[in-house]
Structures are given as structure tokens and as C-alpha cells.
Design a protein around this ligand. Structure first.
Ligand code: C2E
Ligand code: CA
Ligand code: CA
Length: 277
């Protein structure tokens, strides 16, 4: 037992080194990921569970390196730390505009395309200028573009956030709160900021079948959003039980593997065609 502590220290050190090594590799990889064409945009449909109609899609970033996908949960936090998120995020926004424009020119009537906007991006001084330029280049209907913000944004209770949010709203862009109820923020921001949509986190959806407390919390969020006139999307819907429960409490919009996984553009177009035939 006396040796155990020593052994653990010995075992722990190389692991820590491996972790650091991995982080360093990811950071270096991020320097060239865009120029090497390793970044792509996947689309995950959002559907109305009662009509089965596609009501929107979420754009999700993918990084494929030497044929292997690195999960966003690994590289996004690092990209946010290093600042790479600025270039990566702009690439996603640009791609989103291009896509919406192509959809509007073609016969694809996608009511909403959501893209994740990290706090650092929101506070980017040139964000509004950048978006204005994009609207000129790709004259899309602004109300079809939706930014997903996390509660971390709302936790910054400053005028700066409000100003920025009002600027986005002035452009006609819709805003949603991602993973609503999992962050550390007060509910007052729902009154202060013009939020269009709340997203029920996968963490809640996952628990609906086993846990009555999560049922209550989720039903309360749905009731509140509806009373405030906000739209809702439940995330991570995988089972019939979850779908039925969510519909019963008044949430019809779903995103999850039950309907479709995130997919590249060509697959998304095929999915869209099949759904609307
Ligand atoms: P998120 O914004 O909450 O995105 C939803 C995540 O849940 C996606 O993971 C999606 O693939 C996954 N998902 C959807 N339905 C299901 C389901 O039924 N079951 C399960 N198990 N998972 C489901 P993904 O693509 O790995 O992204 C993870 C996170 O990385 C995102 O969470 C988001 O926070 C971040 N992220 C992804 N793309 C971007 C981006 O372009 N910009 C920024 N800032 N963050 C991004
Ligand atoms: Ca999201
Ligand atoms: Ca989410």
C-alpha cells in the first residue's frame, strides 16, 4: 500500500505529458487546418415531429485530419483558447451565407440555418462589419439565419453584450440560447435580451425516460419559452419515448439521431429531397 502512491505518481506523469503533447499537436494542426482544406461544414436537420417537415438545420464544424475526424469537443475549446476560433468561425459563417444563398437560388426552402457563435466571436469588433459585407455579397433573407449563443454570453451582464445583440437583431438575424439551463446565468437575460429560441440540452433529453426531475425541469422550460413567445428545439432526441414526452409537454421541434445525424451537404440535399417529395 505504501508503494501505491509512488506507483501512481510514476504512472500519472507520462499520461500528463501525453495530454500536453496532444494539445500541442492540436494547436499546431489548427494553424494550417483551414488552408489544408481539413475543415468542413456538416448539417443536422431539425424537424417538426408532428408533420415530419424540415424546419431548419444546425451547421456543425468538422475537422478531418489524415482521414480521422477530431471531435469538436476536443478542438473547439482549444481553438477558443488560442484564438483560432476567429478564423474557423468566420469560415463557418461565410460557408453558411454561401449555402443559404445557393438554397434560395435553388429550390431548397430551408426556413432556418443555425450556426454556433462562440463568446469570442460575439465580441469580435469587426463581426457586424463582416456580416454586413456578407449580406451584400449574398443577399439572403436575414431571418433565416440563426446564431446559437451559449449562456456564457448572457452571463456577461454588460451593456456590451446587449449592444452587440441589438446590432445582430438590427441585421434581422435570429438568436437562440444553446443548451439552455446548463450554464451559470440568471433568467433575467431572457427578459433583457431579444432571444428568439431556446434549445433544450441533450443532457436533459437523455434523462427524460429515467428521471422525473428532468421531466419537470424540461416541462417548465417549455412552458416558460412558450409563454415568452420563444421557439424551442429539443436536442439529442434519440428515442420514441423522448419524442412523445416532448410533444406532450408542447415541444414539437426536434434535433437528434432519431431523425438524422449531422451530414455533409450532398447527403443533406438528398435527405431534404426525400422529405419534401
Ligand atoms: P452543440 O452546439 O450542442 O451541438 C450539438 C451536438 O450534439 C453535436 O455534436 C451533434 O452532433 C450532437 N448530437 C445531435 N443529436 C444527437 C443525438 O441524438 N445523440 C447524440 N449523442 N449526439 C447528438 P458535435 O458536432 O460533436 O459538436 C459538439 C459541440 O462543438 C457543439 O455542441 C458546439 O458546442 C461545438 N461546435 C460544433 N461546431 C461548432 C462551430 O462551428 N462553432 C462553434 N463555436 N462551436 C461548434
Ligand atoms: Ca449548437
Ligand atoms: Ca446544444
Amino acid at each position: 500500500a505504501k508503494d501505491k502512491g509512488r506507483n501512481e505518481t510514476v504512472l500519472f506523469a507520462p499520461e500528463l505529458r501525453a495530454h500536453k503533447e496532444e494539445r500541442k499537436l492540436l494547436m499546431e494542426g489548427l494553424d494550417t487546418a483551414l488552408e489544408k482544406g481539413e475543415i468542413s461544414l456538416y448539417l443536422q436537420p431539425q424537424v417538426d415531429a408532428s408533420t415530419k417537415a424540415i424546419i431548419g438545420a444546425e451547421a456543425l464544424m468538422r475537422w478531418q485530419r489524415d482521414g480521422v475526424f477530431i471531435p469538436p469537443s476536443q478542438f473547439i475549446p482549444i481553438a477558443e483558447e488560442t484564438g483560432h476560433i476567429h478564423d474557423l468561425g468566420r469560415w463557418m459563417i461565410h460557408e453558411t451565407f454561401q449555402l443559404m444563398y445557393a438554397f434560395e437560388q435553388g429550390d431548397i426552402d430551408l426556413p432556418k440555418l443555425s450556426v454556433n457563435l462562440s463568446v469570442r466571436q460575439l465580441f469580435d469588433e469587426h463581426l457586424i462589419e463582416y456580416l454586413t459585407t456578407l449580406f451584400e455579397r449574398f443577399p439572403i433573407e436575414p431571418g433565416r439565419l440563426n446564431f446559437e449563443l451559449t449562456e456564457t454570453v448572457a452571463a456577461h451582464q454588460s451593456d456590451r453584450v446587449l449592444t452587440r445583440i441589438l446590432e445582430l437583431k438590427a441585421l434581422g438575424i435570429k438568436l437562440s440560447i444553446d443548451d439552455f439551463g446548463t450554464g451559470y446565468s440568471s433568467l433575467a437575460y431572457l427578459v433583457r435580451y431579444p432571444i428568439d429560441e431556446l434549445k433544450i440540452p441533450r443532457e436533459f433529453t437523455m434523462q427524460l425516460e429515467e428521471n422525473r426531475e428532468y421531466q419537470t425541469v424540461t416541462a417548465t422550460i417549455v412552458a416558460m419559452a412558450r409563454q415568452l413567445g420563444m421557439a424551442l428545439v429539443a436536442e439529442g432526441v434519440e428515442t420514441e419515448y423522448q419524442e412523445n414526452f416532448l410533444r406532450k409537454i408542447g415541444c414539437d421541434s426536434m434535433q437528434g439521431y432519431r431523425y438524422a445525424k449531422p451530414m455533409p451537404l450532398d447527403e443533406f440535399v438528398i435527405y431534404y429531397m426525400k422529405q419534401t417529395m
